[in-house]
Ligand binder design. Structure first.
Ligand code: AMP
Length: 338
């Protein structure tokens, strides 16, 4: 894999990484299509990462469909698939892990201790192996995107993180590899998750801004569906994950619930009426209290981003050292015309 990526780099190709655990569905494919649009070469990793599963979780029975996955990836013209075995990623003598700190101890982290330590470790290892210019993650796992963005920022990793909106089934259930575990009744009952988020959205659009009232309504929606047990519902700042009292565009509602033994998560980014999922994601990213810097996609310099911002060379951030490759120069995300 490292030879392949070095070879691509020597040909000045931009490289995208899409980390997955396989059992690919339309949610994964949306990330891969976007990766193909934004970079010359797309690498998809398939690795069911043992360190992000707790001892009582579903590692052994996690759905696996390698042949179907490969056929799908071929049909999307993905340039490379990286599907290592466990011992390649975690040799028996390895002892080093990444601790993402406080952000990994709330919500999913509180219910799945060690989960984000496993996620951060495997993602950093994949970044080191593939050295991508960009890596693509789904909004579906919102807290994971926060952990990864922090990881890249805190450890100064030169990769640009792109987030893609949630892909849903026609009836609103967020696509997930774990949906196949649901029996017919629980599949129907699972709609309470997206329904509760939709309810909160409707209330904000009718003028309700108090998050406690929104959460009360979400909990009521769950109370009406006895097959579902709510693990948590919260409305938080999209960078710090701290609960907020008043709703605002860019804030995110997080939900986790169990249907029998199946745990599902979902979320909603609040936005102005009629705003697209992409626009909402950009609002959530813009809510960051810190000014992030990104490594440019290509050595070509200025590039119009989807949200009509520019990646502008040399306007801010450190001046690139003489002789430093252009692809490693720092660029700062700035509003158009700013
Ligand atoms: P997983 O294979 O579940 O680890 O997911 C791999 C990547 O696909 C992660 O970045 C997920 O957030 C993303 N993903 C999973 N489900 C969806 C979905 N329904 N919509 C968009 N992205 C998704």
């Amino acid at each position: 894999m490292m030879r392949f990526t070095a070879d691509m780099r020597s040909q000045a190709k931009s490289l995208a990484l899409v980390p997955t655990m396989g059992a690919l569905h339309e949610g994964h494919l949306s990330l891969i299509r976007r990766a193909k649009q934004e970079c010359n070469v797309a690498v998809v990793s398939i690795f069911v990462n043992p360190t992000q599963f707790g001892p009582t979780e579903d590692l052994a029975r996690y759905p696996r469909s390698p042949e179907k996955d490969l056929a799908l990836l071929e049909s999307l013209d993905v340039e490379a698939v990286f599907a290592p075995c466990s011992r390649e990623i975690y040799p028996p003598d390895c002892t080093t892990f990444v601790d993402p700190g406080h952000i990994a101890t709330v919500f999913e982290g509180a219910l799945r201790p060690g989960h984000f330590r496993g996620v951060a470790t495997v993602v950093l290892k994949l970044f080191n192996i593939v050295s991508p210019d960009m890596a693509f993650f789904g909004q579906k796992d919102f807290q994971q995107t926060v952990v990864i963005r922090r990881l890249v920022e805190d450890l100064n990793f030169p990769v640009r993180i792109a987030l893609c909106p949630i892909v849903r089934e026609a009836d609103g259930l967020a696509k997930s590899s774990r949906n196949v575990y649901l029996n017919a009744e629980d599949r129907k009952a699972a709609l309470v998750i997206s329904r509760s988020l939709k309810r909160a959205e409707e209330m904000t659009q009718a003028g309700e801004g108090n998050t406690e009232k929104l959460l009360e309504e979400m909990r009521k929606t769950f109370d009406a569906e006895p097959r579902a047990q709510l693990d948590y519902a919260a409305i938080v700042n999209p960078t710090t994950l701290e609960p907020v009292a008043q709703v605002m565009p860019g804030l995110v509602a997080l939900v986790a619930a169990r249907l029998g033994t199946v745990r599902l998560i979902d979320n909603l980014i609040f936005g102005p009426p009629g705003s697209t999922p992409e626009q909402r994601l950009q609002l959530a990213l813009a809510t960051q209290p810190i000014d992030l810097e990104f490594t440019a996609l290509s050595p070509l310099g200025e590039r119009v981003d989807r949200n009509r911002r520019f990646l502008q060379p040399g306007r801010a951030g450190p001046t690139p050292a003489e002789g430093e490759p252009a692809s490693r120069r720092q660029y700062r995300l700035r509003p158009a015309g700013g």
